[in-house]
Write a protein that binds this ligand. Sequence first.
Ligand SMILES: [Fe+2]
Length: 313
Amino acid sequence: MAKLYAVSRERERAVISGLHHYALEVPDLAVAEGFLQDFGLETREKDGSLVAQCPGRDQEQVRLTEAPAKRLHHVCFTLRPGSLDAIRESLDRAGTPVIEPPDGATADGLWVRDPDGTAVQLLDEAPAPARPVADVLANVGGTHQRIGVPAWRQATEDVMPRRLGHTLLFTPQPERQTEFYTEVLGLRVSDRIHGLVTFLNAGPGDHHIFGFIASSHPGFHHASFEVPSIDAIALGADRMRGKGREPGWGLGRHTIGSNFFHYNPDPWGSWIEWFSDIDQIDDCWVAGDWDVPPHLWGAPPPETFLSNLEPRA
Ligand SMILES: [Fe+2]
């Protein structure tokens, strides 16, 4: 009985501490570089790959390698300190083998494949701190925090992404993927939109760091970066418009997760998002299964929003 309890407690513990980066194969690194720079990321070449990171954060958040078609290459998570043995035991119990790093990736950490065949890198290191940002004072509800300070003079001061928040993948088997990432890797279900979206968290912090959208086959749907305010989201959308980028989806507020959002389509048929004001959860959070649209307000998503253009394996 005691052993069962111990196993159960171990499975409840979120072993993953956060999303480190995501990696795609794309047909043209020069096109990718221009797009990510317009979005607000800093880019550089590294070992034949294009890497991108948020201004002021010393952590690679995107890795891109060149290939004939756009395709998800891998996702990478950080582990809680000292949890490497627990994750190895968990992988053993589940019969999930550790694999060699895929071509074009670093050899750091442990590599496995999830049930969809996506390569997953697990790093035994702490995430780098996000770029510090100033408090955003507001005069909303019954509280007036901003006295004698004009908002329009401050709102443009810091609008760039400060950290990668989450990535969502398409999957034809959300239940099996969810079981792997929760039972084996220790994430937890945050909330679901019935039959459409599953969001997962890594314990106290952001409502979701990862998740799945039901689809015909695996693929990369979007990555989302935190900016300091709702103004920063709208100013980012203005910046993309000014650079001639295709219109996206937003501004709006999501239902589950509650974050303000704006998405732009990337050059390969998937999406990139700025977010602000995402729900923060604690260990007492109880997941729900909701029958709601993904947005609380704002225009509905474009018809192409759930198109999975990745080639089937
Ligand atoms: Fe998102």
